[in-house]
Design a protein around this ligand. Structure first.
Ligand SMILES: *Cc1c(COP(=O)(O)O)cnc(C)c1O
Length: 462
Protein backbone atom coordinates (compact mmCIF):
# COMPACT_ATOMS: atom_id res chain seq x y z
CA UNK A 1 0.00 0.00 0.00
CA UNK A 2 1.50 3.31 -1.14
CA UNK A 3 0.52 6.86 -0.30
CA UNK A 4 0.53 9.81 -2.69
CA UNK A 5 0.20 13.55 -2.20
CA UNK A 6 -2.99 15.45 -3.01
CA UNK A 7 -0.82 17.90 -4.96
CA UNK A 8 0.73 15.18 -7.05
CA UNK A 9 4.33 16.24 -6.63
CA UNK A 10 5.87 14.41 -3.67
CA UNK A 11 7.49 10.99 -3.28
CA UNK A 12 5.23 7.96 -2.79
CA UNK A 13 5.55 6.69 0.75
CA UNK A 14 4.64 3.62 2.78
CA UNK A 15 2.12 3.90 5.60
CA UNK A 16 4.82 4.25 8.27
CA UNK A 17 6.71 6.87 6.26
CA UNK A 18 3.56 8.89 5.56
CA UNK A 19 2.72 8.77 9.27
CA UNK A 20 6.13 10.01 10.39
CA UNK A 21 6.22 12.66 7.64
CA UNK A 22 2.81 14.25 8.18
CA UNK A 23 2.66 17.01 5.55
CA UNK A 24 3.93 16.07 2.07
CA UNK A 25 6.93 17.96 0.70
CA UNK A 26 4.85 19.64 -2.02
CA UNK A 27 2.56 21.04 0.69
CA UNK A 28 -0.11 18.41 0.02
CA UNK A 29 -1.68 15.72 2.20
CA UNK A 30 -1.06 12.02 1.89
CA UNK A 31 -3.88 9.76 0.65
CA UNK A 32 -3.87 6.07 -0.26
CA UNK A 33 -2.93 5.48 -3.88
CA UNK A 34 -5.85 3.09 -4.09
CA UNK A 35 -8.59 2.74 -1.48
CA UNK A 36 -8.99 -0.91 -0.53
CA UNK A 37 -12.52 -2.27 -0.56
CA UNK A 38 -14.16 -4.67 1.84
CA UNK A 39 -16.51 -7.37 0.54
CA UNK A 40 -20.09 -7.21 1.85
CA UNK A 41 -19.60 -10.58 3.57
CA UNK A 42 -16.50 -9.30 5.35
CA UNK A 43 -18.44 -6.25 6.52
CA UNK A 44 -21.28 -8.47 7.75
CA UNK A 45 -18.73 -10.58 9.64
CA UNK A 46 -17.77 -7.55 11.78
CA UNK A 47 -21.09 -7.76 13.64
CA UNK A 48 -20.57 -8.59 17.28
CA UNK A 49 -16.78 -8.31 17.26
CA UNK A 50 -14.85 -6.18 19.76
CA UNK A 51 -13.95 -2.64 18.75
CA UNK A 52 -10.29 -3.67 18.63
CA UNK A 53 -10.96 -6.60 16.29
CA UNK A 54 -13.05 -4.38 13.99
CA UNK A 55 -10.23 -1.82 14.05
CA UNK A 56 -7.74 -4.48 13.04
CA UNK A 57 -9.82 -5.77 10.12
CA UNK A 58 -10.75 -2.32 8.81
CA UNK A 59 -7.29 -0.74 9.06
CA UNK A 60 -5.11 -3.72 8.13
CA UNK A 61 -5.27 -3.23 4.32
CA UNK A 62 -4.09 0.39 4.75
CA UNK A 63 -0.93 -0.39 6.68
CA UNK A 64 0.30 -2.92 4.11
CA UNK A 65 3.27 -4.89 5.33
CA UNK A 66 4.52 -2.23 7.78
CA UNK A 67 3.54 -4.46 10.73
CA UNK A 68 2.84 -8.14 11.22
CA UNK A 69 -0.73 -8.99 12.24
CA UNK A 70 0.44 -9.65 15.77
CA UNK A 71 2.33 -6.36 16.01
CA UNK A 72 -0.62 -4.39 14.68
CA UNK A 73 -3.05 -6.12 17.04
CA UNK A 74 -0.79 -5.24 19.97
CA UNK A 75 -0.64 -1.60 18.90
CA UNK A 76 -4.44 -1.41 18.66
CA UNK A 77 -4.94 -3.14 22.02
CA UNK A 78 -2.63 -0.69 23.80
CA UNK A 79 -4.25 2.30 22.06
CA UNK A 80 -7.75 1.59 23.34
CA UNK A 81 -7.13 -0.01 26.73
CA UNK A 82 -7.39 3.39 28.48
CA UNK A 83 -10.95 3.99 27.27
CA UNK A 84 -13.60 3.97 29.98
CA UNK A 85 -16.31 2.15 28.05
CA UNK A 86 -16.08 -1.50 27.03
CA UNK A 87 -17.71 -0.72 23.68
CA UNK A 88 -15.20 2.16 23.12
CA UNK A 89 -17.76 3.95 20.91
CA UNK A 90 -21.23 3.13 22.28
CA UNK A 91 -24.37 4.01 20.36
CA UNK A 92 -27.37 5.43 22.20
CA UNK A 93 -30.78 6.12 20.76
CA UNK A 94 -32.14 9.68 20.68
CA UNK A 95 -35.36 9.16 18.75
CA UNK A 96 -37.03 6.44 16.63
CA UNK A 97 -34.56 6.62 13.77
CA UNK A 98 -31.81 8.79 15.25
CA UNK A 99 -28.77 7.48 17.13
CA UNK A 100 -25.87 9.19 18.91
CA UNK A 101 -22.37 7.75 18.63
CA UNK A 102 -20.58 8.64 21.87
CA UNK A 103 -16.93 9.21 21.02
CA UNK A 104 -15.96 10.79 24.33
CA UNK A 105 -15.01 7.87 26.56
CA UNK A 106 -11.26 8.17 25.93
CA UNK A 107 -8.66 9.62 28.32
CA UNK A 108 -9.32 13.30 27.48
CA UNK A 109 -13.07 12.93 26.92
CA UNK A 110 -13.04 13.90 23.25
CA UNK A 111 -13.08 11.97 19.98
CA UNK A 112 -9.54 13.06 19.18
CA UNK A 113 -8.40 10.32 21.57
CA UNK A 114 -9.42 7.65 19.02
CA UNK A 115 -6.78 8.91 16.60
CA UNK A 116 -4.18 10.25 19.02
CA UNK A 117 -4.00 7.15 21.18
CA UNK A 118 -3.44 5.01 18.11
CA UNK A 119 -0.84 7.37 16.69
CA UNK A 120 1.01 7.38 20.02
CA UNK A 121 1.34 3.60 19.93
CA UNK A 122 2.21 3.57 16.22
CA UNK A 123 4.98 6.13 16.76
CA UNK A 124 6.33 4.27 19.77
CA UNK A 125 6.47 1.00 17.88
CA UNK A 126 7.95 2.38 14.67
CA UNK A 127 10.53 4.57 16.43
CA UNK A 128 11.54 1.72 18.71
CA UNK A 129 12.15 -0.48 15.71
CA UNK A 130 14.20 2.23 13.98
CA UNK A 131 15.93 3.08 17.22
CA UNK A 132 15.04 6.74 16.71
CA UNK A 133 13.61 9.47 18.88
CA UNK A 134 11.45 12.37 17.85
CA UNK A 135 10.32 15.61 19.43
CA UNK A 136 6.68 16.40 19.00
CA UNK A 137 5.79 20.05 19.27
CA UNK A 138 2.19 21.12 19.01
CA UNK A 139 0.30 24.37 19.37
CA UNK A 140 -3.17 24.17 20.82
CA UNK A 141 -6.08 26.32 21.78
CA UNK A 142 -7.18 23.49 24.07
CA UNK A 143 -8.34 20.05 22.98
CA UNK A 144 -5.64 18.77 20.66
CA UNK A 145 -2.89 19.51 23.19
CA UNK A 146 -4.34 17.36 25.93
CA UNK A 147 -5.13 14.52 23.51
CA UNK A 148 -1.50 14.58 22.30
CA UNK A 149 -0.11 14.67 25.85
CA UNK A 150 -2.27 11.73 26.93
CA UNK A 151 -1.24 9.78 23.83
CA UNK A 152 2.53 10.27 24.20
CA UNK A 153 3.01 10.50 27.96
CA UNK A 154 5.47 7.99 29.32
CA UNK A 155 6.63 6.80 25.87
CA UNK A 156 10.41 6.31 25.64
CA UNK A 157 11.09 7.49 22.13
CA UNK A 158 9.12 10.71 22.17
CA UNK A 159 9.27 14.06 23.93
CA UNK A 160 6.09 16.08 23.64
CA UNK A 161 5.99 19.86 24.00
CA UNK A 162 2.67 21.65 23.85
CA UNK A 163 2.48 25.40 23.43
CA UNK A 164 -0.73 26.94 24.70
CA UNK A 165 -1.75 30.56 25.17
CA UNK A 166 -1.27 31.40 28.84
CA UNK A 167 -4.56 32.34 30.49
CA UNK A 168 -6.64 31.76 27.37
CA UNK A 169 -7.71 28.14 27.65
CA UNK A 170 -10.51 26.87 29.85
CA UNK A 171 -9.54 25.64 33.33
CA UNK A 172 -10.34 22.05 32.42
CA UNK A 173 -8.30 22.22 29.24
CA UNK A 174 -5.31 23.69 31.09
CA UNK A 175 -5.51 21.17 33.89
CA UNK A 176 -5.59 18.31 31.39
CA UNK A 177 -2.33 19.59 29.90
CA UNK A 178 -0.50 20.54 33.09
CA UNK A 179 -1.29 17.68 35.47
CA UNK A 180 0.33 14.67 33.73
CA UNK A 181 3.67 14.29 35.55
CA UNK A 182 5.63 12.13 33.09
CA UNK A 183 9.19 13.26 32.38
CA UNK A 184 8.61 13.40 28.60
CA UNK A 185 5.64 15.79 28.83
CA UNK A 186 6.29 19.53 28.69
CA UNK A 187 3.39 21.98 28.87
CA UNK A 188 4.55 25.44 27.81
CA UNK A 189 2.36 28.41 28.72
CA UNK A 190 3.25 31.02 26.13
CA UNK A 191 2.91 34.72 26.82
CA UNK A 192 0.69 35.34 23.78
CA UNK A 193 -2.44 34.17 21.99
CA UNK A 194 -3.16 31.01 20.00
CA UNK A 195 -2.07 32.55 16.69
CA UNK A 196 1.29 33.37 18.25
CA UNK A 197 1.65 29.79 19.49
CA UNK A 198 1.00 28.57 15.96
CA UNK A 199 3.40 31.12 14.49
CA UNK A 200 6.25 29.98 16.79
CA UNK A 201 5.50 26.35 15.90
CA UNK A 202 5.70 27.21 12.21
CA UNK A 203 8.99 29.07 12.82
CA UNK A 204 10.43 25.93 14.41
CA UNK A 205 9.45 23.78 11.43
CA UNK A 206 10.96 26.33 9.05
CA UNK A 207 14.26 26.41 10.93
CA UNK A 208 15.76 23.32 9.30
CA UNK A 209 18.82 23.18 11.52
CA UNK A 210 16.65 23.09 14.62
CA UNK A 211 14.07 20.84 12.95
CA UNK A 212 16.65 18.20 12.01
CA UNK A 213 18.62 18.65 15.23
CA UNK A 214 15.73 17.72 17.51
CA UNK A 215 13.93 15.53 14.93
CA UNK A 216 10.76 17.57 15.02
CA UNK A 217 7.52 15.72 14.22
CA UNK A 218 3.94 16.90 13.95
CA UNK A 219 0.71 15.12 14.79
CA UNK A 220 -1.87 17.65 13.64
CA UNK A 221 -5.08 16.56 11.99
CA UNK A 222 -3.62 16.26 8.50
CA UNK A 223 -1.67 13.15 9.51
CA UNK A 224 -3.13 10.25 7.50
CA UNK A 225 -2.89 7.85 10.45
CA UNK A 226 -5.31 10.07 12.37
CA UNK A 227 -7.88 9.92 9.58
CA UNK A 228 -7.51 6.15 9.30
CA UNK A 229 -8.17 5.57 13.00
CA UNK A 230 -11.48 7.37 12.63
CA UNK A 231 -12.72 5.16 9.78
CA UNK A 232 -13.19 2.34 12.29
CA UNK A 233 -16.10 3.74 14.26
CA UNK A 234 -18.12 4.31 11.08
CA UNK A 235 -17.94 0.57 10.46
CA UNK A 236 -18.49 -0.42 14.07
CA UNK A 237 -21.61 1.72 14.48
CA UNK A 238 -23.12 0.96 11.05
CA UNK A 239 -22.72 -2.78 11.53
CA UNK A 240 -24.37 -2.62 14.93
CA UNK A 241 -27.44 -1.12 13.19
CA UNK A 242 -27.57 -3.81 10.55
CA UNK A 243 -25.08 -2.81 7.84
CA UNK A 244 -24.32 -3.95 5.21
CA UNK A 245 -27.88 -5.31 4.87
CA UNK A 246 -29.28 -1.95 5.92
CA UNK A 247 -27.98 1.48 4.94
CA UNK A 248 -27.16 4.18 7.48
CA UNK A 249 -26.47 7.93 7.32
CA UNK A 250 -24.11 10.01 9.45
CA UNK A 251 -24.09 13.61 10.63
CA UNK A 252 -20.68 14.87 11.73
CA UNK A 253 -19.77 18.10 13.58
CA UNK A 254 -17.03 19.42 11.34
CA UNK A 255 -14.08 21.79 11.56
CA UNK A 256 -10.93 20.55 9.88
CA UNK A 257 -12.89 17.90 7.91
CA UNK A 258 -10.82 15.00 9.28
CA UNK A 259 -13.64 13.19 11.01
CA UNK A 260 -16.17 13.39 8.17
CA UNK A 261 -13.50 12.56 5.61
CA UNK A 262 -12.97 9.29 7.51
CA UNK A 263 -16.68 8.60 6.83
CA UNK A 264 -16.08 9.22 3.15
CA UNK A 265 -13.25 6.65 3.20
CA UNK A 266 -15.57 4.13 4.89
CA UNK A 267 -18.06 4.68 2.09
CA UNK A 268 -15.40 4.27 -0.58
CA UNK A 269 -14.40 0.99 1.09
CA UNK A 270 -17.90 -0.34 0.54
CA UNK A 271 -19.81 0.55 3.72
CA UNK A 272 -23.34 1.34 2.51
CA UNK A 273 -23.67 4.95 3.66
CA UNK A 274 -26.68 6.80 2.27
CA UNK A 275 -25.75 10.31 3.34
CA UNK A 276 -22.80 12.05 5.03
CA UNK A 277 -23.96 15.33 6.51
CA UNK A 278 -21.48 18.10 7.32
CA UNK A 279 -22.64 20.05 10.39
CA UNK A 280 -21.03 23.44 11.00
CA UNK A 281 -21.51 26.09 13.65
CA UNK A 282 -21.75 29.79 12.81
CA UNK A 283 -18.34 29.43 11.16
CA UNK A 284 -20.06 27.87 8.19
CA UNK A 285 -17.47 28.04 5.42
CA UNK A 286 -18.02 24.38 4.51
CA UNK A 287 -21.80 24.72 4.40
CA UNK A 288 -21.49 27.82 2.22
CA UNK A 289 -19.08 26.01 -0.07
CA UNK A 290 -21.57 23.19 -0.56
CA UNK A 291 -24.32 25.70 -1.35
CA UNK A 292 -22.39 28.07 -3.61
CA UNK A 293 -19.44 26.13 -5.05
CA UNK A 294 -17.06 28.85 -3.82
CA UNK A 295 -14.74 28.35 -0.85
CA UNK A 296 -14.41 31.83 0.60
CA UNK A 297 -12.64 32.69 3.84
CA UNK A 298 -14.34 34.94 6.34
CA UNK A 299 -13.26 36.05 9.83
CA UNK A 300 -13.53 33.44 12.59
CA UNK A 301 -16.39 34.18 14.99
CA UNK A 302 -15.64 32.60 18.38
CA UNK A 303 -18.44 30.21 19.32
CA UNK A 304 -19.47 27.89 22.16
CA UNK A 305 -18.20 24.99 20.01
CA UNK A 306 -14.62 26.28 19.73
CA UNK A 307 -13.09 23.15 18.17
CA UNK A 308 -15.08 23.91 15.03
CA UNK A 309 -14.11 27.59 14.79
CA UNK A 310 -12.07 27.42 11.61
CA UNK A 311 -11.43 29.36 8.43
CA UNK A 312 -9.18 26.91 6.65
CA UNK A 313 -10.46 23.36 6.80
CA UNK A 314 -7.23 21.53 6.10
CA UNK A 315 -8.57 18.05 5.34
CA UNK A 316 -11.08 19.42 2.83
CA UNK A 317 -8.14 19.26 0.44
CA UNK A 318 -8.41 15.48 0.53
CA UNK A 319 -12.06 15.60 -0.54
CA UNK A 320 -11.17 18.01 -3.34
CA UNK A 321 -8.54 15.57 -4.58
CA UNK A 322 -11.20 12.90 -5.08
CA UNK A 323 -13.73 15.39 -6.43
CA UNK A 324 -11.17 16.38 -9.09
CA UNK A 325 -10.68 12.73 -9.96
CA UNK A 326 -7.22 12.65 -8.34
CA UNK A 327 -5.88 15.58 -10.33
CA UNK A 328 -3.10 16.96 -8.09
CA UNK A 329 -2.58 20.00 -10.33
CA UNK A 330 -6.20 21.08 -9.94
CA UNK A 331 -5.89 20.80 -6.14
CA UNK A 332 -2.58 22.70 -6.09
CA UNK A 333 -4.15 25.46 -8.17
CA UNK A 334 -7.11 25.82 -5.78
CA UNK A 335 -4.78 25.95 -2.77
CA UNK A 336 -2.70 28.62 -4.49
CA UNK A 337 -5.85 30.70 -5.11
CA UNK A 338 -6.85 30.28 -1.47
CA UNK A 339 -3.84 32.36 -0.47
CA UNK A 340 -5.89 35.31 -1.75
CA UNK A 341 -8.88 34.20 0.30
CA UNK A 342 -11.04 32.14 -2.05
CA UNK A 343 -11.28 29.53 -4.79
CA UNK A 344 -14.10 28.29 -7.00
CA UNK A 345 -14.80 24.58 -7.47
CA UNK A 346 -15.60 23.28 -10.97
CA UNK A 347 -19.13 22.09 -11.75
CA UNK A 348 -17.97 18.49 -12.12
CA UNK A 349 -16.18 18.52 -8.79
CA UNK A 350 -19.17 20.16 -7.08
CA UNK A 351 -21.48 17.47 -8.48
CA UNK A 352 -19.19 14.85 -6.97
CA UNK A 353 -19.09 16.60 -3.58
CA UNK A 354 -22.88 16.99 -3.53
CA UNK A 355 -23.32 13.32 -4.40
CA UNK A 356 -21.23 12.39 -1.37
CA UNK A 357 -22.02 15.07 1.21
CA UNK A 358 -24.94 17.17 2.43
CA UNK A 359 -24.53 20.05 4.86
CA UNK A 360 -26.19 22.25 7.43
CA UNK A 361 -25.37 24.82 10.10
CA UNK A 362 -26.45 25.69 13.62
CA UNK A 363 -26.39 29.17 15.12
CA UNK A 364 -25.41 29.72 18.74
CA UNK A 365 -29.08 30.02 19.80
CA UNK A 366 -29.95 26.82 17.94
CA UNK A 367 -27.06 25.05 19.65
CA UNK A 368 -28.24 26.07 23.13
CA UNK A 369 -31.82 25.15 22.19
CA UNK A 370 -30.74 21.69 21.03
CA UNK A 371 -28.82 20.96 24.26
CA UNK A 372 -31.98 21.91 26.12
CA UNK A 373 -34.47 20.01 23.95
CA UNK A 374 -32.46 16.76 23.81
CA UNK A 375 -32.03 16.85 27.57
CA UNK A 376 -35.77 17.24 27.94
CA UNK A 377 -36.55 14.56 25.35
CA UNK A 378 -34.15 11.81 26.43
CA UNK A 379 -31.93 13.05 29.29
CA UNK A 380 -28.90 12.97 26.99
CA UNK A 381 -26.57 15.86 27.86
CA UNK A 382 -24.81 17.07 24.70
CA UNK A 383 -21.63 19.11 24.45
CA UNK A 384 -22.03 22.14 22.16
CA UNK A 385 -20.20 20.46 19.23
CA UNK A 386 -22.43 17.41 19.44
CA UNK A 387 -25.49 19.67 19.74
CA UNK A 388 -24.60 21.42 16.48
CA UNK A 389 -24.57 18.01 14.82
CA UNK A 390 -27.79 16.79 16.44
CA UNK A 391 -29.58 19.94 15.23
CA UNK A 392 -28.40 19.33 11.67
CA UNK A 393 -28.98 15.57 11.97
CA UNK A 394 -32.60 16.19 12.99
CA UNK A 395 -33.08 18.19 9.79
CA UNK A 396 -31.83 15.29 7.70
CA UNK A 397 -33.82 12.37 9.11
CA UNK A 398 -35.31 9.88 6.63
CA UNK A 399 -36.29 6.22 6.63
CA UNK A 400 -32.55 5.40 6.78
CA UNK A 401 -31.20 5.37 10.36
CA UNK A 402 -29.20 8.52 11.17
CA UNK A 403 -26.08 8.24 13.34
CA UNK A 404 -24.91 11.57 14.73
CA UNK A 405 -21.40 11.78 16.13
CA UNK A 406 -20.97 13.15 19.68
CA UNK A 407 -17.39 14.42 19.79
CA UNK A 408 -16.84 15.62 23.35
CA UNK A 409 -18.09 14.94 26.86
CA UNK A 410 -20.43 17.72 28.06
CA UNK A 411 -18.27 18.30 31.17
CA UNK A 412 -15.51 19.68 28.94
CA UNK A 413 -17.77 22.65 28.14
CA UNK A 414 -19.59 23.15 31.44
CA UNK A 415 -20.46 26.85 31.03
CA UNK A 416 -22.37 26.46 27.76
CA UNK A 417 -24.13 23.33 28.98
CA UNK A 418 -25.09 24.90 32.30
CA UNK A 419 -26.51 27.92 30.51
CA UNK A 420 -28.70 25.61 28.40
CA UNK A 421 -30.00 23.16 31.00
CA UNK A 422 -29.36 24.99 34.31
CA UNK A 423 -27.34 22.01 35.58
CA UNK A 424 -23.57 21.89 35.61
CA UNK A 425 -22.34 18.62 34.01
CA UNK A 426 -19.96 16.67 36.26
CA UNK A 427 -16.68 15.16 35.17
CA UNK A 428 -16.67 11.34 35.15
CA UNK A 429 -15.48 9.73 38.43
CA UNK A 430 -11.90 9.00 37.33
CA UNK A 431 -11.43 12.69 36.59
CA UNK A 432 -13.50 14.15 39.38
CA UNK A 433 -10.36 15.35 41.23
CA UNK A 434 -8.84 16.98 38.11
CA UNK A 435 -9.22 20.50 39.43
CA UNK A 436 -7.34 19.61 42.63
CA UNK A 437 -4.40 17.88 40.92
CA UNK A 438 -1.03 19.57 41.03
CA UNK A 439 -0.02 21.52 37.95
CA UNK A 440 3.35 21.52 36.26
CA UNK A 441 4.05 23.95 33.44
CA UNK A 442 6.70 26.30 32.25
CA UNK A 443 5.81 29.91 31.48
CA UNK A 444 7.64 30.98 28.34
CA UNK A 445 8.07 34.29 26.55
CA UNK A 446 6.97 34.65 22.93
CA UNK A 447 10.54 34.42 21.62
CA UNK A 448 11.67 31.75 19.20
CA UNK A 449 15.29 31.45 20.29
CA UNK A 450 14.43 31.11 23.96
CA UNK A 451 11.86 28.44 23.14
CA UNK A 452 14.32 26.51 21.03
CA UNK A 453 16.95 26.62 23.77
CA UNK A 454 14.46 25.39 26.33
CA UNK A 455 13.40 22.49 24.12
CA UNK A 456 17.00 21.47 23.42
CA UNK A 457 17.90 21.68 27.13
CA UNK A 458 14.90 19.63 28.19
CA UNK A 459 15.67 16.89 25.68
CA UNK A 460 19.34 16.80 26.69
CA UNK A 461 18.35 16.47 30.35
CA UNK A 462 16.33 13.30 29.75
C1 LIG B 1 -11.69 18.59 16.61
C2 LIG B 1 -13.12 18.57 17.03
C3 LIG B 1 -14.17 18.63 16.10
C4 LIG B 1 -13.95 18.80 14.61
O1 LIG B 1 -13.37 17.67 14.02
P1 LIG B 1 -12.67 17.78 12.59
O2 LIG B 1 -12.08 16.43 12.36
O3 LIG B 1 -11.63 18.84 12.73
O4 LIG B 1 -13.71 18.14 11.60
C5 LIG B 1 -15.49 18.52 16.57
N1 LIG B 1 -15.74 18.41 17.89
C6 LIG B 1 -14.76 18.36 18.81
C7 LIG B 1 -15.12 18.26 20.25
C8 LIG B 1 -13.41 18.44 18.44
O5 LIG B 1 -12.45 18.39 19.37
Amino acid sequence: MKYISTRGNAPELSFAEAMLTGLARDGGLYVPKKIPTMAQDDIAALAGLSYEEIAFRVMKPFVGDCFTDEEFQGIIARAYEGFRHAARAPLVQLAPNHYLLELFHGPTLAFKDFAMQLIGQLFQFELGRRNERVTIVGATSGDTGSAAIEAFRGLDNVDVFILYPDGRTSDIQRKQMTTPDDANVHALALDGDFDECQARLKDMFNDFEFRDGVKLAGVNSINWARVLAQVVYYFASAVSLGAPHRKVSFTVPTGNFGDIFAGFIAKQMGLPIEDLVIATNQNDILHRTMETGAYTKDGVKPSISPSMDIQVSSNFERALFFAYDRDGDAVAKSMEELKDGSFTISQGAMDYLRENFSSGRASEEETYATIKSEYAACQEVLCPHSAVAVKVGNENLSEVPMITLATAHPAKFPDAVEKAIKTRPALPPHMADLMEREERMCKVPNQLVLLQTLIKDRIAAR
